[in-house]
Design a protein around this ligand. Structure first.
Ligand SMILES: [Zn+2]
Length: 343
């Protein structure tokens, strides 16, 4: 089969369009004919390499996958050949206490397609049958691929971790990112007021079209003052953080008393500091969030079926242009998801 692989860590140039053997499927697995695979920031981390994390080589990246079921394993029930499916991006053991409680993203064996196992930058990928979920009828493959990882992440951050309420105000950083564009929509469905940031006027306009009530450029200095101005000096109840070092101090300074900062990433650096006096005296909470459970993805798909949220696609490119797609994501030129089409 055709696939995009890398055999060493590095820049976008290490990605190669190559021939790979078709994956061998186990009895509990299904083989998916991939039609679309969306990029995530994780793809960049995996390609560059992370200290202490061994990625099997040659490696096929790609966590957000949609396609058709090509074949099913001998023990598989409930999934049929020919079905249009998207893949829940997280893979877990299915047997530990976390998995049984429905917190499969806490599983010690938890990984993602394209992370410690091969992903969807390919014509075929093998998947546990439990990860294959029918695509809502109104969605094409490219939209279906643009959905899972970022909407699952945003749902888990806002609804499960931050316990967002309708009378609250949320600050969403980076409206043009996948997580940002999903978080704006989910926060609006929850009834909250949304303030969003982005790096250009065009992106601010698009953030408003997605439902943001107020927007401002994150390029302005000390932007927490702008948050305070927009909230009558109060600050926001929840900050959706995924930027890290570059925004951490301003994010903390934007919180109202009792506010929650929920973070799922650190694309600009890991070193976030906090003055503990500020943390306790203002009753603040810092919440970590990583992916979400399989059940939460069903909640997201319910919102999609009801027309309340929609995937946001920036560009669709053919699979063989994966390195150009990585370069676009690395330069933060996109608004929404960059999707690879697999012919
Ligand atoms: Zn488990």
């Amino acid at each position: 089969m055709k696939a995009v692989i890398f055999s060493e860590h590095g820049g976008p140039e290490v990605l190669r369009y190559a021939e790979r053997p078709e994956p061998e499927m186990g009895p509990e697995e299904v083989l998916i004919r991939v039609r679309a695979c969306a990029l995530n920031h994780l793809d960049l981390w995996v390609r560059r390499g992370m200290p202490g994390i061994a990625i099997p080589m040659p490696h096929i990246p790609g966590s957000d996958i949609a396609g058709e079921v090509a074949r099913v394993g001998a023990n598989v029930v409930g999934v049929k050949a020919g079905e249009r499916v998207l893949l829940s991006p997280g893979i877990s053991c299915g047997q530990c206490v976390y998995c049984l409680k429905g917190n499969d993203n806490f599983c010690r064996q938890y990984t993602l397609f394209g992370y410690r196992v091969d992903g969807g930058y390919a014509e075929y990928v093998r998947s546990p049958a439990v990860n294959a979920i029918p695509i809502p009828a109104k969605l094409g493959f490219e939209e279906a691929a643009a959905l899972p990882l970022v909407f699952l992440t945003a749902w888990h951050m806002l609804i499960t971790r931050a316990q967002l309420k309708p009378d609250e105000t949320v600050l969403v950083l980076g409206a043009g990112s996948g997580v940002g564009s999903a978080a704006i929509q989910i926060a609006k469905v929850a009834g909250a007021r949304v303030i969003a940031t982005a790096g250009s006027e065009l992106k601010l306009q698009k953030a408003k079209e997605l439902g943001a009530d107020d927007v401002f450029l994150h390029t302005i200095k000390h932007w927490s003052r702008e948050v305070k101005r927009l909230t009558e000096r109060r600050g926001v109840d929840v900050v959706v953080e995924h930027v890290g070092e570059a925004t951490w101090q301003e994010s903390l300074a934007s919180l109202a008393a009792g506010g929650r900062l929920v973070t799922c990433g650190a694309t600009t650096g890991y070193d976030g500091r906090i003055d503990l006096r500020y943390l306790f005296s203002r009753h603040l909470s810092i919440l970590g969030s990583y992916m979400g459970s399989k059940a939460e993805l069903y909640s997201v798909l319910d919102l999609v079926n009801r027309g309340l949220v929609k995937p946001v696609i920036d560009t669709v490119m053919p699979l063989e242009k994966a390195s150009d797609a990585h370069a676009r994501l690395e330069k933060r030129e996109q608004f929404g998801k960059i999707v690879l089409r697999v012919e």
